[in-house]
Design a protein around this ligand. Structure first.
Ligand code: ADP
Length: 376
């Protein structure tokens, strides 16, 4: 983004000409004084980009948040240089995208202050004053959200620790239930076999949930570890379908296999993706309907699809279903339990494998979730 520098001597937004020409906004717009009090009390920084000239005007508090002195020059590019490298590209892209499309901006990122070398988490919001670019300003606020982020991180670490502690005894329980189940079958004890099969299903469901929580916590602290190994996609699909049918026998699942395609990926994590997609396909469609899972080679990638005949997803929700904690709110979905983290984890896992995940859907027409992975 081409922006030039313009100094603001303090944090007083009355100094911004309201319509791009007048310098008398203080007299003309008394409510701005109230806005100033609100801004000062929230200790937020403000910034403005003149859409006509491209001038970038950060307030002194904005400069402070980036570690600059209040009366020092700070260009847009200099501010972006303070963003921690792994967030920089996304942050610039989000700002440019909102600027070009004139949509509202919200982005969170970490900065290291220029002079104070302090690590801070900042959130930035923005929007256009009016749609006419010949007299418009793109402006918003910058807020220090470090405390909030640290609390989030603590919560994620706590969830990770608890789920790890729960996973160990549950894994042992699963093994003992399987041993008992084999023994009951040999004894031809129908009641014990039936009861143990139900215990087994519940233990597997709990293990799936705990694995999701573990992955969520890893994703939030930015540490999803990928342990790659070579495996056959067909074999994994067959295993996951068998497991899904064991836990959820309400749907008919058909497999369209691909010819012995090998991928070098984290088998357990890709299994988790397939389990999530299949269990969503079952959760969001009527009992007795069909679910299809297929895979095919697309150049250097293998494409895996999970198709259902369920509720489908409205166009405006399609881009959001992969966001953390997002759930479609409707009469039909309110009966279905969930935390809105399954698809977020799928997208994190697939992006760590340099693949893509997306959904094609129409309300009432079912959905097809697809993802790709590089072939070995
Ligand atoms: P959860 O199912 O726990 O709510 P997910 O992250 O797996 O969380 O899914 C997010 C949202 O996407 C769901 O709440 C649901 O509204 C929608 N969704 C996911 N899969 C499907 C599907 N197969 N059909 C229709 N809607 C779906």
């Amino acid at each position: 983004m081409q922006t030039q520098f313009l100094t603001l001597s303090n944090n007083n937004i009355n100094e911004f000409p309201e319509d791009g020409s007048s310098t008398e906004s203080r007299q003309l717009h008394p409510p701005l004084d109230l806005a100033q009090i609100a801004i000062d009390s929230a200790n937020v920084g403000i910034w403005v980009i003149n859409a006509v000239t491209g001038e970038f005007m950060p307030s002194s508090r904005t400069k402070e948040l980036f570690g600059f002195a209040p009366d020092e020059e700070m260009t847009f590019d200099a501010a972006m240089q303070q963003v921690v490298e792994k967030y920089r590209q996304n942050t610039i892209a989000a700002i440019e995208n909102a600027y070009k499309k004139q949509t509202n901006l919200y982005v969170e990122y970490q900065v290291i202050g220029l002079h104070d070398h302090q690590s801070r988490w900042l959130s930035i919001t923005g929007g256009f004053t009016n749609p006419d670019l010949t007299s418009s300003y793109f402006s918003g606020i910058v807020m220090d959200i470090t405390q909030h982020k640290q609390n989030e991180l603590k919560r994620s670490k706590f969830i990770g620790m608890v789920s790890h502690e729960l996973k160990t005894p549950l894994t042992a329980l699963k093994a003992y239930v399987q041993m008992l189940s084999n023994w009951a079958k040999k004894q031809k004890d129908g009641f014990a076999t039936g009861a143990l099969s139900k215990v087994d299903k519940q233990v597997r469901k709990m293990l799936n949930m705990i694995n999701s929580l573990l992955n969520l916590s890893s994703a939030e602290v930015g540490q999803i570890h990928i342990n790659k190994q070579l495996f056959s996609v067909d074999e994994l699909i067959a295993e996951v379908v068998e497991e899904t049918l064991f836990v959820t026998s309400s749907h008919h699942i058909t497999i369209t296999p691909c010819e012995n395609i090998q991928v070098n990926a984290d088998r357990e994590k890709i299994e988790q993706v397939l389990v999530n997609l299949l269990s969503n396909a079952a959760k969001y469609s009527e009992k007795g309907t069909s679910i299809g899972i297929s895979c095919k080679l697309q150049g250097e990638m293998v494409e895996i699809s999970v198709l259902d005949q369920g509720l489908g997803i409205a166009q405006e929700a399609i881009d959001k279903v992969f966001l953390p904690h997002y759930r479609v709110e409707s009469k039909e979905t309110e009966k279905v339990t969930g935390f809105g983290i399954g698809l977020y984890l799928c997208s994190e896992i697939i992006s760590r494998h340099d693949g893509k995940i997306w959904v094609e859907s129409e309300p009432g027409e079912g959905s097809t979730f697809k993802f790709t992975l590089p072939v070995n």
